[in-house]
Design a protein around this ligand. Structure first.
Ligand SMILES: [Zn+2]
Length: 661
């Protein structure tokens, strides 16, 4: 949660930038009443759907159901966390960020301090880079020769900051020690490994070419090392892995990081297409051949989190697969992603036993571009594979089997009706089976899938809401969880089943705010002066969703910090972009209604309180009745409890003579 100093910094930044400039940057901004509209960058928007409210400095796309303030826009646009968005905007506005405060209670120099780790990774990648550029020893010479042998030129070496890790157990550790970084920082940064003896650390990358991995702010966050055969042969020989990647750290998660994205982003935006490859050298080779919108996954399959990032920049994702067996398996898995992610996903399988780098070297850029242009989408690819030359319209058995496989994949995906309808039409065309029959079969499979899924039984005492996070989780924890929302996909291979949550729910992790909770917060937004009372009067345990609890806790924090309890302050103190969206949605609902008189608002607030107390009372009564029924009480205790129940009921009736029921 933010401290008053953070709050002031945020306030300064927000008043220094205009949301219209930030959201409208590079697109046509049209006035609409008192608001403005632009084409939403987060979905395939044909008409301007994203509304900007300059007065409130908020934005909202109802199609995507996302919105918020200028900070959450930058978070979504750049795929970054709150502190980064704040820093970006502060820099844009020319505000000194020296006073920038760390949001977590970490100390500079500590292994859990992000800025420290960023500095450590930057120092090591720079040292490796300089080593490759100007090292005089025989090994570095071998590394340079190998790079040349792979056809990577000097321009590419500089562009991708390729380096060389000497065949040494403590090169990186020493480089860091010179700059006063401790061994545990080297380990937390992913460049060193703790010795099993517990005594000290040794370098993770030794005798390898180093490909730094950058985030979207162009900061190195990790690195991958490629083996240099002449050096490996001398040591562990054939045992050496061809590539090793940095481990998962505070800075680096392979499930949502893409190699080369920081260099490819503009080209991807311009062309609307991105090529996803499997290795760093493929990306370097493609770029060197003049193919710019290229990225690579990092030792993992392309997953939903990757696609979510890519969809911000591209309409079309072309997965370029090596012509080996592993590549073929991935093509099968990608169908699931295609069905659920609502993105034009193409699959380009290269001829047997070639990778993109080989192919481009051997056949040239144009031949490669031609393959990309003609790549089938994931469904056609699967159909082609499934049928392997059989005419489905003639061979009904083959058709049924193929349809069954594909429908099974669709049944597991979150229901995207329009898209699924389109897919069914295509399946029908290919197989000759009617759309109606396919659709009925899909319904049956969906029902079956539902039954076998974990978590499909009703949960949640009062709401039936799905427990996405522990409700009582402190807001900081929830924020931490949500700011890495994409990480929630992080099952190792990225292909975990969807469960019974929709993709949106899994992304957001916030339970919908509804019923009396929603009335409460709408009332508080409409009438901030009531909020101070509510902070005292409302017990967080009464609220039905984590969203409502987080909102109340934000109000409490504002109250403690002595700030106004209005929407502007609320948006500033809340850093989570999804929660900001909820606030803006509530605000807009309030705006769309006719204003209430102060009396009406007061009456409504009182009625809300009464409803909370009523349901608490009912719960407490049930608990007491359960205790009575358990019959483990002494007689006098039982009598006492009965009397309590009776008194409480009398009291309740007494204070509410005009019961509306
Ligand atoms: Zn949108």
């Amino acid at each position: 949660m933010s401290t008053p100093a953070d709050f002031d910094l945020k306030e300064r930044v927000r008043s220094a930038v205009d949301i219209l400039d930030v959201v409208g940057q590079g697109t046509e901004v049209r006035p609409q009443g008192r608001n403005f509209v632009v084409r939403c960058p987060f979905h395939n928007d044909r008409r301007p759907s994203l509304t900007i409210n300059p007065e409130r400095q908020s934005w909202k796309c109802w199609v995507c159901d996302i919105g918020g303030d200028v900070f959450s826009f930058v978070m979504q646009r750049d795929g970054v966390d709150f502190p980064t968005a704040l820093r970006t905007l502060a820099e844009q506005a020319g505000i000194e960020v020296d006073s920038f405060r760390r949001t977590k209670k970490t100390k500079p120099g500590a292994p859990d301090d992000k800025p420290t780790l960023l500095a450590a990774v930057a120092a090591v990648t720079e040292a490796f880079y300089k080593q490759l550029e100007s090292g005089r020893d025989a090994d570095t010479q071998l590394a340079r020769e190998y790079l040349e042998h792979r056809g990577i030129n000097d321009e590419s070496r500089r562009r991708f900051r390729i380096g060389f890790a000497p065949d040494d157990w403590s090169f990186a550790i020493n480089e860091l020690a010179k700059r006063n970084f401790a061994g545990d920082v080297a380990e937390a940064a992913g460049v060193a490994i703790a010795r099993q003896s517990g005594q000290g650390y040794y370098d993770r990358f030794r005798g390898r070419l180093i490909f730094p991995i950058h985030d979207l702010q162009d900061r190195p966050v990790s690195m991958g090392g490629r083996v240099i055969p002449a050096i490996a042969d001398r040591n562990d020989g054939h045992d050496a892995a061809k590539y090793i990647n940095g481990p998962e750290t505070l800075l680096f998660r392979k499930s949502n990081q893409l190699y080369g994205l920081q260099l490819a982003r503009d080209a991807i935006r311009t062309g609307g297409e991105v090529l996803v490859m499997e290795g760093y050298t493929d990306v370097v080779a493609a770029r060197q051949a003049g193919i710019e919108p290229v990225v690579a996954v990092l030792g993992t399959a392309l997953g939903e989190a990757h696609v979510k990032i890519l969809k911000r920049f591209a309409r079309r994702v072309v997965l370029v697969l090596d012509g080996d067996v592993a590549g073929q398996t991935r093509a099968d898995q990608v169908l699931e992603l295609f069905v659920s992610a609502d993105v034009d996903m193409r699959i380009l399988t290269l001829p047997e036993a070639t990778d993109p780098a080989d192919f481009i070297t051997d056949h040239g850029r144009d031949a490669f571009t031609e393959l990309v242009k003609n790549a089938p989408d994931a469904l056609d690819h699967k159909l082609a594979k499934q049928t392997d030359g059989v005419d489905l319209r003639k061979d009904t058995h083959a058709a049924t089997t193929a349809m069954e496989t594909i429908l099974a994949v669709m049944s597991k995906a979150p229901q995207a009706d329009l898209r699924h309808d389109q897919l069914l039409v295509r399946l029908s065309d290919a197989s000759g089976v009617s759309v109606d029959r396919l659709s009925r079969r899909l319904d049956v499979l969906r029902e079956q899938a539902k039954k076998t899924r974990p978590g499909s039984s009703p949960t949640g005492r009062r709401t039936g809401a799905r427990p996405i996070g522990t409700i009582s989780r402190a807001q900081d924890d929830v924020n931490a969880m949500l700011s890495g929302a994409a990480d929630d996909f992080d099952d190792v291979d990225g292909w975990g089943s969807a469960g019974n949550q929709t993709v949106r729910e899994r992304l957001i992790g916030l339970q919908p705010i509804s019923g009396v909770d929603r009335e409460l917060f709408e009332t508080l937004i409409e009438s901030p002066e009531l909020a101070a009372m509510a902070v005292e009067a409302i017990d967080p345990a009464w609220l039905s969703s984590n969203t409502a609890q987080m909102l109340l806790s934000a109000y409490q924090d504002l109250d403690l910090a002595g700030k106004d309890l209005d929407v502007d302050s609320l948006l500033l103190i809340v850093e989570n972009d999804q929660l900001k969206n909820q606030i803006v949605s509530l605000q807009q609902r309030v705006d769309q209604r006719a204003g209430h008189s102060a009396d009406e608002v007061d009456r409504r607030y009182t009625a809300i309180l009464t409803r909370y107390r009523e349901s608490e009372f009912a719960l407490e009564k049930n608990r007491q009745i359960e205790r009575l029924a358990s019959a483990t009480m002494a007689d006098d205790e039982e009598l006492e409890l009965l009397k309590e129940l009776f008194d409480a009921e009398r009291f309740r009736q007494g204070i509410r003579p005009h019961d509306e029921t």
